[in-house]
Design a protein around this ligand. Structure first.
Ligand SMILES: [Zn+2]
Length: 412
């Protein structure tokens, strides 16, 4: 059977699963998987429900990789790898989603019970229905559609359902990567856990993050006699202006990113003196830097120290610079990587939209794959209601994303 004909059959079958997909969403919502550090029991109950689904629907070689966690009642955090056989095993097409959810937050902001998902005007509402169940359910039913149509995917399909994404992934994908050899260099790895409303953003790269705290120490005095003190706030203000020159020292552009430059923004400011007529002796502010991956974080830190030393000499203050967060970006996935091309083709076929590879300013879970030497792309079609009250999933997005995966399973 030609690939377009096969795709049409599978896509129709996915449409026929609409109610079943909604039902699985509701079922998964009812077994909250909150990490112990956020006050929950972990993912075990949800993992068991998903194991039942995999076992009942023709998935093979399903295994649970248990990351030890004494804070979870089960004693571990479950990660599931499961497969569906394709025509060739030369590569595996992976879809990775995460089982854990964030707590619902303020209950009064919800229109209904966040754990009793409900359907309203083409949307499913509930905690976790978008993040990350929309594409989890989409991936499972894409495979189920191949089975129902007795059509073989071109390559083996791998389904990864991981724990601990919301609180750092140490007991999730990071553990799986360190303790298995499940992933191979030629595999396509899709992480549908980020995206935009139109489904046109394929995330392939991230900027490094550097958050710094600046404490400037001068000398307190009466504001009418500034010469008797050293104004820490004034010195810090000159430092902020000096730090703005980082934009010139690290001025390279990369069109993969929006904005295409490294950014260095003063953000948080701690209160100094409570009254107007005192020269503040101590001042604290913070800088949030998002740096293109081509730069080394260490070079930024050196430049910051030079700026601080200049202001110290000029104003006779003492400046303590400390790191709040420092994360060098993972090596980017190439915008020309197979996984990006496969997604572009499928998005064009299903949503009739031209998607684009993009870098973003913050970290994503795909970075674990990239650091381990694998190409991975994040993509999904979402309204980005994750972590909000009344989180929802467009049912059409769940079906559409399922067809995007199915299209990729049929690509050469
Ligand atoms: Zn997520």
């Amino acid at each position: 059977m030609s690939s377009p004909a096969a795709f049409n059959k599978v896509a129709k079958r996915i449409d026929s699963f609409r109610d079943e997909m909604i039902n699985l969403q509701i079922k998964l919502c009812a077994v909250p998987a909150i990490s112990p550090s956020s006050g929950g029991e972990g993912e075990i109950k949800k993992a068991e429900a998903l194991m039942d689904f995999l076992n009942a629907n023709g998935f093979i070689n399903t295994k649970m990789i248990k990351a030890p966690d004494l804070d979870a009642p089960a004693g571990f955090r479950p990660n599931i790898l499961s497969f569906y056989k394709g025509r060739s095993s030369a590569r595996t097409i992976w879809i990775m989603t995460h089982m854990d959810i964030v707590p619902p937050g303020e209950y009064s902001l919800w229109k209904g019970d966040p754990y009793k998902a409900w359907v309203e005007k083409g949307k499913i509402f509930g905690r976790g229905v978008e993040d990350n169940q929309q594409d989890m359910v989409a991936s499972l039913f894409a495979v189920k559609a191949f089975r129902a149509e007795k059509i073989l995917p071109n390559y083996d399909v791998g389904i990864a359902l991981v724990a601990d994404e919301e609180t750092g992934s140490k007991k999730g994908i990071h553990y799986v990567l360190q303790n298995t050899k499940a992933f191979r260099e030629k595999d396509l790895i899709i992480v549908p856990d980020a995206g935009n409303e139109k489904g046109t953003m394929i995330e392939v790269a991230e900027k490094s993050i550097l958050w710094l705290k600046f404490m400037t120490l001068g000398k307190q005095a009466h504001a009418s006699t500034p010469e008797k003190g050293i104004n820490s706030f004034k010195a810090a203000s000159f430092l902020i202006a000096e730090l703005d020159k980082l934009h010139e020292s690290f001025s390279e552009k990369d069109k993969l990113f929006d904005p295409p430059i490294s950014t260095f923004e003063p953000t948080k400011k701690e209160a100094n003196v409570p009254n107007i007529n005192t020269i503040p002796g101590e001042d604290v502010f913070y800088l949030d830097s998002r740096v293109l991956p081509k730069y080394k974080i260490g070079d930024i830190q050196k430049a910051v120290k030079i700026s601080a030393a200049k202001i110290e000499a000029q104003f006779k203050v003492k400046i303590h610079v400390s790191e709040v967060q420092c994360a060098q970006a993972a090596p980017p996935t190439s915008a020309k990587a197979d996984v990006v091309q496969a997604l572009k083709n499928a998005i064009q076929a299903v949503y009739k939209k031209e998607a684009r590879a993009l870098g973003i300013g913050g970290g994503t879970v795909a970075a674990y794959f990239r650091r381990a030497g694998f190409s991975a792309a994040c993509w999904s079609k979402v309204d980005e209601t994750a972590h909000q009250p009344n989180e929802y999933c467009h049912i059409d997005n769940m079906l559409g994303d399922s067809k995007v995966f199915a299209h990729i399973f049929l690509q050469e």
